[in-house]
Design a protein around this ligand. Structure first.
Ligand code: PGA
Length: 258
C-alpha cells in the first residue's frame, strides 16, 4: 500500500501571528518556485494556537498547498477548563492534524500514554488526524531497551483506538536525545524502531492496519539528512522542529523526493 510521505513542521512556542504570516508567505513562494508536488509529499505546519487563524487565512487566501494543525488539545469537550482548547475549536479553524504526546508535553505537563491515547481518540472522533509521539530518553537508549520501551508506549497509546482509527493515524518516533540537540539518530536507528512499531501494530491489530499507518521520524531532521532518513522502508515522514522555522530549509525537507 502506498503511504504518502508526511512532512510536518512543529513550530513549538515560536513565532507570533505576524511572523507566522511571513513564514507561510515565504514557504509558499519557495515551494511554488521549486515546483512542489503535493502528491509526492504532504506538507503540514503546526503553529502555536495563537497563530492558527492567521495561518488559515494565509493558506486559504492563496490556496497554498499546505495543511495545518495544532500542538495539543484537551480531552474535554467544553466547559470550565481554563487555558485549554477543544477539538471542536480546532475543527472550526480548519485544522487537519493535532500532535499529541510530544515529549515536551510529557515532560513539562505530565502527559502519560493513557492521556495521549485519550487525546488521539478525541482527535479522530472529531475528524482530524492525530500525530502520536513516542520515543525514549538517553538512559534507556544506553541500556539498549529502547525498542521494548517504545513498543510499550505504543500498546498503551493505541489501546482506546479501533483498527480503522489507527490506520488513519500518524505515529511519530522521536528519540528524546535527538530532539533539538543536533544529535540525529542514524537512518538505521530510525528504521529499527519504526519497523518494530509497524510490526507491533500488525500484532495488536492486523497487517492492513500496519500497512496503512504512517510512521514519522523526528529529532534534528534537516535538509542535509532528510533523504537518507526517508529512504528507510518504514519511515513515512518527518516531524521537524527547529528546521521548520526556516522556510527555505523546510521547503527542501518537504521536497526531499526531488
Ligand atoms: P527538532 O525537534 O527537529 O528541533 O529536533 C523535533 C520535534 O521535537 O518535533
Amino acid at each position: 500500500m502506498a503511504r504518502t510521505p508526511l512532512m510536518a513542521g512543529n513550530w513549538k512556542m515560536n513565532l507570533d501571528h505576524l511572523e507566522a504570516n511571513q513564514l507561510i508567505q515565504k514557504l509558499s513562494f519557495t515551494l511554488a518556485d521549486a515546483g512542489y508536488d503535493p502528491s509526492q509529499s504532504e506538507a503540514v505546519v503546526i503553529p502555536p494556537f495563537t497563530d492558527i487563524r492567521t495561518v488559515q487565512t494565509a493558506i486559504d487566501a492563496d490556496s497554498v498547498p499546505l495543511k495545518y494543525g495544532a500542538q495539543n488539545v484537551s480531552t474535554h469537550d467544553n466547559g470550565a477548563f481554563t487555558g485549554d482548547i477543544s477539538t471542536a475549536m480546532l475543527v472550526k479553524l480548519g485544522c487537519s492534524y493535532v500532535v499529541v504526546g510530544h515529549s515536551e508535553r510529557r515532560e513539562y505537563h505530565g502527559e502519560t500514554n493513557e492521556i495521549v491515547g485519550e487525546k488521539a481518540k478525541k482527535v479522530l472522533d472529531a475528524g482530524m488526524v492525530p500525530i502520536m509521539c513516542c520515543g525514549e530518553a538517553l538512559d534507556i537508549r544506553k541500556e539498549g531497551t529502547h525498542v521494548d520501551f517504545v513498543l510499550g508506549q505504543i500498546s498503551q497509546m493505541l489501546a482506546p483506538l479501533s483498527a480503522q482509527q489507527v490506520a488513519q493515524s500518524v505515529i511519530a518516533y522521536e528519540p528524546i536525545w535527538a530532539i533539538g540537540t543536533g544529535e540525529v539518530a542514524t537512518p538505521a536507528d530510525a528504521q529499527e524502531v519504526c519497523g518494530a512499531i509497524r510490526r507491533h501494530v500488525a500484532e495488536l491489530f492486523d497487517q492492513t492496519t500496519a500497512d496503512a499507518v504512517r510512521i514519522q521520524y523526528g529529532g534534528s531532521v534537516k535538509a542535509s539528512n532528510v533523504r537518507d532518513i526517508m529512504a528507510q522502508p518504514d519511515v513515512d515522514g518527518a516531524l521537524v522542529g527547529g528546521a521548520s522555522l526556516k522556510p527555505e530549509e523546510f521547503a527542501k525537507i518537504i521536497m526531499f523526493y526531488a
